[in-house]
Design a protein around this ligand. Structure first.
Ligand SMILES: Cc1cc2nc3c(=O)[nH]c(=O)nc-3n(C[C@H](O)[C@H](O)[C@H](O)COP(=O)(O)OP(=O)(O)OC[C@H]3O[C@@H](n4cnc5c(N)ncnc54)[C@H](O)[C@@H]3O)c2cc1C
Length: 309
């Protein structure tokens, strides 16, 4: 039991269970929320254990990215259990609880805690909307299928945001509203097809992600080059005293175009967005490498990232 947690009146021990989202990609990984909340409560003073059924945190990310974020959390004294299934939860004395965790090849273990955060995915609240009355169709999971202009099966009825399924992020909902506004009010022909959806895991440091991961690119049998650089190679990160993590970019070997990146590091979401702009503008990695960025900024790390031996 954490003395500090107890003294601050915070739960002395929280047991967090995170499992990856189940449908679509990049669905808002519930494991992402588990990491963000887990690290936050640890920093509030609670003892935290993350129980992850998969063999790595953030199962959709490259293994090196997941390993690094696991390392960072463990440095923050968050316990991380991998390949571990939460199989039973029981209330205990004084409002506590006991979580039984099963790991292949090992005896079950009991985690005793004061709180349990279940980050095991989200479902749309469409069951009580009586959509049948309007004839609006939902899929088996309760999402409202839409076309590329966000139209449902009923002309004149649209669905935006989480309820339509697919990537569930605030910026997606916002962009949906832009598409709808352009089409309904301004007579445009906006679609959601081909939309490049970035996301950021708000751990500290953050993980900013956009485009293809290395694993996805290789699954697609693309010829790629992978550029990777530790954050401690960036002067600004060292000066800010948070030099953990790395930047990794996946580049098409034939065209030099950037296909995706993972920025696990301080302000990773902001650095990722710079590369997102390069992807959208089809600036080759050499263009970013040879661009002059102000010193000392995190951005100038992009010069070094793309240096070739
Ligand atoms: C803990 C957590 C952290 C998150 N962090 C991030 C993040 O860092 N970045 C990010 O991009 N996304 C994040 N998300 C996801 C993000 O919150 C959602 O993708 C986003 O809010 C979806 O917007 P929306 O408008 O589609 O739905 P919502 O924001 O859920 O809005 C739906 C609204 O409809 C209302 N409503 C529901 N049923 C009815 C009804 N019958 N009648 C009237 N009103 C109704 C609800 O009250 C709600 O106000 C997070 C989600 C969670 C749960």
């Amino acid at each position: 039991m954490s003395l500090w947690g107890a003294r601050c009146g915070k739960p002395a021990r929280r047991v967090l269970r995170g499992e990856g989202g189940t449908r679509g990609s990049p669905r808002p990984p519930s494991t992402q929320l588990g990491l963000e909340f887990g690290q936050m409560f640890r920093r509030f003073g609670s003892r935290v254990t993350i129980v992850q059924r998969a063999g790595q945190l953030l199962p959709r990310e490259d293994p090196d990215v997941a390993d690094e974020i696991t390392k960072i959390l463990r440095e923050d004294e968050v316990d991380v259990l991998l390949n571990a299934a939460a199989t039973r939860v029981e209330g205990g004395v004084n409002g506590g609880l006991t979580l039984t965790v099963t790991t292949a090849g090992a005896a079950d273990r009991q985690l005793v805690g004061s709180h349990l955060l279940v980050a095991a995915g989200r479902i749309p609240n469409t069951d009580d909307l009586n959509l049948e009355a309007a004839g609006v169709r939902t899929d088996r999971a309760g999402y409202v299928p839409v076309d590329c202009r966000l139209g449902t099966n009923i002309p004149g009825i649209y669905a935006v945001g989480d309820v339509k399924g697919g990537p569930a992020f605030t910026h997606v909902s916002y962009d949906d509203s832009r598409v709808l506004k352009a089409n309904l009010l301004n007579g445009g022909g906006a679609t959601i097809d081909g939309r490049l959806v970035p996301y950021t895991v708000f751990t500290d440091p953050q993980l900013g992600r956009v485009g293809l991961s290395e694993s996805e690119a290789r699954q697609q049998r693309r010829e790629v080059r992978v550029f990777k650089m530790p954050m401690h190679s960036i002067a600004r990160a060292v000066e800010l005293d948070e030099a953990r993590g790395f930047i990794k970019a996946v580049v098409d070997a034939a065209t030099d175009k950037i296909l995706g990146c993972a920025v696990l590091g301080i302000e990773g979401g902001e650095l990722m967005s710079m590369l997102q702009l390069a992807i959208a503008a089809e600036i080759p990695f050499t263009g970013v490498r040879d661009m002059i960025f102000a010193h000392p900024t995190l951005a100038e790390g992009l010069n070094t990232l793309f240096e070739e031996d």
